[in-house]
Design a protein. Structure first.
Length: 94
């Protein structure tokens, strides 16, 4: 869970189990994920990749490609998924 996300929503007057509450949590998750990936890349540039990077690189990159597809609303092209995600962005041209 998130530290005090319920408190943030409560003091903002937003119900925890509401569309707005879920949207705020999703936005915070996206920001935190982006910062985590950026920080990881910065650390790797200074310290080098983690010991099993070469063994795991293709799987990690596949996950990142799938995340990108979902973020851009792609309906197909996902790799090694039994169930495709519901696109985050409604897009007619994808």
């Amino acid at each position: 869970g998130y530290a005090n996300i319920g408190g943030l929503l409560m003091t903002s007057g937003i119900p925890y189990d509401s569309d707005e509450g879920r949207a705020i949590c999703a936005a915070l998750t996206a920001i935190m994920t982006g910062v985590a990936y950026s920080t990881s890349a910065e650390m790797a540039s200074e310290l080098g990749a983690f010991p099993d990077y070469d063994r795991n690189a293709q799987n990690m990159l596949r996950v990142m490609r799938n995340h990108r597809r979902a973020a851009y609303g792609d309906k197909d092209g996902y790799e090694k998924l039994a169930v495709n995600p519901v696109p985050l962005v409604a897009s007619e041209d994808r």
